[in-house]
Design a protein around this ligand. Structure first.
Ligand code: NAD
Ligand code: UDP
Length: 316
């Protein structure tokens, strides 16, 4: 008899996690989504509820639990500055204790485990674009530290479990990702701008809008995560996953205004503390090791995201 691959996705009810669960089910896996619904939502996974291969467990990963998995994707962690700074100690706890619980589970099962790390491990970078070899410039006592340092410790733990126990680990450093099912209230730039443009409110640009980001459409990211998980045991990462197209925040604002036919004005607000000035992934490693690169241009991805938020605002 053919046994289905059993895959655990922590944070599976979040933005990225919900897309990952859907894609894994399409590929024929059995999926357990573990989520405490802190920033995720039942709505994100409602369309998967009838699938007999899909289960949901409401659980906080800072507490241990057991499920027999072949693979674990560890995505649980609030990702937007607004949410991860609300209760910074909880954010660090999720990143450190939560990751250790998942690593211990993987160890018990001999399962592969993938960590959703972040470009934030590079902090406000002094090199450009950022390659995996760059060690980063993070302010360890700033307001972003709970997330940045939390994710850095998680990476250290992954590599210690790898060296000490021979655990099969995979570390992905994810750069800004956007798409349908982003939370309209979590304050991220793409969702903020689209909702503001669609509702005729001013577009809130923090600082002068000259800071840059590189935006990856969620379908591209999910493909990269799965390729990394399925890659040869010798590939541990860290591997950058992101779209190397680099845009200023002002350019993003103008694109959103164009695709929404909006006459919203631009309004300039103070730049948050420790806001990185430039960010662009070097993705040579992902190209070489995984044969992966993003396929969806920002224009196309933004149009799909605008469509999604139009639907939400109309109450669909
Ligand atoms: P999200 O906030 O939408 O999803 C995170 C999910 O984790 C939510 O469903 C939340 O309820 C759940 N969660 C949080 N703490 C938990 C805990 N202690 N126990 C169980 N569940 C918990 O964020 P996202 O954008 O989908 O990000 C997913 C992962 O990818 C995160 O780890 C994030 O750090 C990483 N990442 C995302 C981006 C991005 O641009 N979206 C960039 C870099 C890294
Ligand atoms: N930003 C902005 N207006 C907003 C939200 C964000 O100008 O309404 C800026 C923010 O200061 C940062 C960039 O957009 O420079 C990306 O912010 P986000 O919070 O989406 O992600 P991160 O800073 O984690 O990359």
């Amino acid at each position: 008899m053919h046994h289905k691959k059993r895959i655990l996705v922590t944070g599976g009810a979040g933005f990225v996690g919900s897309h990952l669960c859907g894609r894994l089910l399409e590929k024929g896996a059995k999926v357990l989504c573990v989520d405490n619904f802190h920033t995720g939502s039942e709505k994100n996974i409602l369309h998967l509820a009838d699938n007999p291969d899909f289960d949901v467990l409401r659980h906080d990963i800072t507490q241990p639990f057991f499920w027999e998995a072949h693979q674990i994707y560890n995505l649980a962690c609030p990702a937007s500055p607004v949410h991860y700074q609300e209760d910074p100690i909880r954010t660090t706890r999720t990143n450190v204790i939560g990751s250790m619980n998942m690593l211990d589970l993987a160890l018990k099962l001999g399962a592969r485990i993938l960590q959703a790390s972040t470009s934030e491990v590079y902090g406000d970078p002094e090199t450009h674009p950022q390659a995996e070899s760059y060690r980063g410039a993070v302010n360890c006592i700033g307001p972003r530290a709970c997330y940045d340092e939390g994710k850095r410790v998680a990476e250290s733990l992954f590599f210690d479990y790898f060296r000490q126990h021979g655990l099969k680990i995979k570390v992905a450093r994810i750069f800004n990702t956007y798409g349908p099912r982003m939370d309209s209230k979590d304050g991220r730039v793409v969702s903020n701008f689209i909702v503001q443009a669609l509702t005729g409110q001013p577009i809130t640009i923090y600082g002068d809008g000259s800071q840059t980001r590189s935006f990856c459409f969620v379908d591209d990211l999910v493909e990269g995560l799965i390729r990394l998980m399925e890659s040869d045991d010798s590939i541990t990462g860290p591997v950058n996953l992101g779209n190397p197209g680099e845009f200023t925040i002002q350019e993003l604002a103008r694109l959103v205004l164009r695709f929404t036919d909006s006459d919203s004005t631009l309004c300039f607000m103070p730049l948050p503390q420790d806001d990185p000035k430039r960010r662009r992934p070097a993705i040579d490693m992902a190209k070489k090791l995984l044969g992966w690169e993003p396929l969806v241009p920002l224009e196309d991805g933004l149009k799909k995201t605008v469509e999604y938020f139009s639907g939400i605002l109309k109450g669909e």
